[in-house]
Design a protein around this ligand. Structure first.
Ligand SMILES: C[S@@+](CC[C@H](N)C(=O)[O-])C[C@H]1O[C@@H](n2cnc3c(N)ncnc32)[C@H](O)[C@@H]1O
Length: 316
């Protein structure tokens, strides 16, 4: 297969200039799915008018937010500014959500810098009127660290609720092998495998069974620097929403939440401030509908445009 990767598209000024004319959305605009299901907006997650225009009258039952973490992936800014910025989009998320709804937030914790912004974000959330439900850790395969410290391989995921939303227990593909946890049921001594509803174990709040996205995976979207694995988003969507529900995601990037919603008959309202990531999100959905493929593997979403470009080939 042709190997045609793109660099991080938020950083490459020249390449951005070449790709922007091919993006359907300009800042402030909304794309309506011709099949009438989803919406993608090129907006700022902290802008009240833009967010309310995206959401409209039907309140989402689930929000999955994956903001920039104030770490390497984003222009670093003072922590207090970052938390003030988070307060604005969190408040808008809460205002948009249905009375019974779930709210998930992916966040980083910089071990070389007082674990910011995770603890500060958690303290801020205490003032927001949501109820905390779980603090999930997903294990990455790659990480950062040195020979003098534990390698950082965790991704934090916070789960809050408003009212009493739906929750469906999920299972991993890891079979139960350990017998034990004996308990009396109707006068009989039973062990855990007899009592359970699945042959497999539950993920619990430490997810060790999900492969981080890398270029050899079909779902890989080259040009994206912070793509979440589809399996992780599927797990959230299946646990915390029902078919026909609406899911909100202000930070689309590669469009993983949108794709998961399409695959599981949910409606997705998603946004990104960057027109290039909005275009990638729309193209990922369109490609899935035509080919059933979840990403571009080691090709890229702008293959046609970059191949048609008469100038020097893209070498990085
Ligand atoms: C960590 S990535 C999200 C990754 C996504 N969950 C995925 O699986 O591809 C964060 C995204 O937020 C976008 N972003 C940054 N500031 C924003 C803002 N104020 N409003 C909307 N989107 C923003 C960035 O352009 C980036 O694409």
């Amino acid at each position: 297969m042709k190997n045609n990767p793109l660099p991080r598209l938020d950083r490459e000024g020249d390449l951005r200039e070449r790709l922007l004319p091919h993006c359907r959305l300009k800042y402030g605009e909304v794309w309506n799915d011709p099949e009438g299901r989803h919406r993608v907006a090129c907006i700022d997650a902290t802008n009240y008018d833009q967010v309310t225009n995206l959401v409209g009258a039907r309140k989402p039952e689930l929000a999955i937010q994956d903001p920039p973490y104030n770490l390497v992936a984003f222009d670093e800014q003072p922590l207090s500014n970052y938390i003030r910025w988070c307060h604005r989009w969190v408040q808008l998320t809460i205002d948009c959500l249905a009375g019974n709804s779930a709210f998930y937030v992916w966040l980083g914790a910089d071990q070389d810098n007082d674990f910011q912004p995770l603890p500060d974000f958690m303290l801020m959330m205490r003032q927001m009127g949501m109820k905390s439900r779980s603090f999930i850790t997903m294990r990455n395969q790659r990480g950062y660290g040195t020979q003098h410290n534990w390698m950082a391989v965790r991704q934090e995921l916070l789960y809050y609720v408003k009212g009493s939303p739906t929750f469906t227990v999920q299972y991993t593909e890891i079979p139960k092998i350990l017998r034990g946890y004996y308990k009396h049921v109707n006068g009989q001594m039973t062990e855990n495998i007899e009592r359970s509803r699945s042959e497999n174990i539950r993920p619990g709040n430490v997810w060790v069974d999900i492969q981080q996205v890398f270029y050899r995976m079909e779902e890989n979207v080259s040009g994206c620097y912070a793509q979440k694995p589809l399996k992780a988003i599927d797990r959230i969507v299946l646990a915390s929403s029902s078919p026909g529900d609406t899911v909100l995601d202000f930070f689309a990037h590669s469009g993983t939440t949108l794709l998961s919603c399409e695959r599981h008959q949910r409606r997705c309202l998603t946004a990104d401030i960057d027109p290039i990531y909005c275009e990638i999100t729309i193209r990922r959905l369109e490609r899935f509908r035509i080919t059933g493929k979840t990403g571009w593997q080691n090709q890229n979403p702008f293959d046609i445009e970059t191949a048609a470009d008469e100038r020097e080939p893209l070498l990085f």
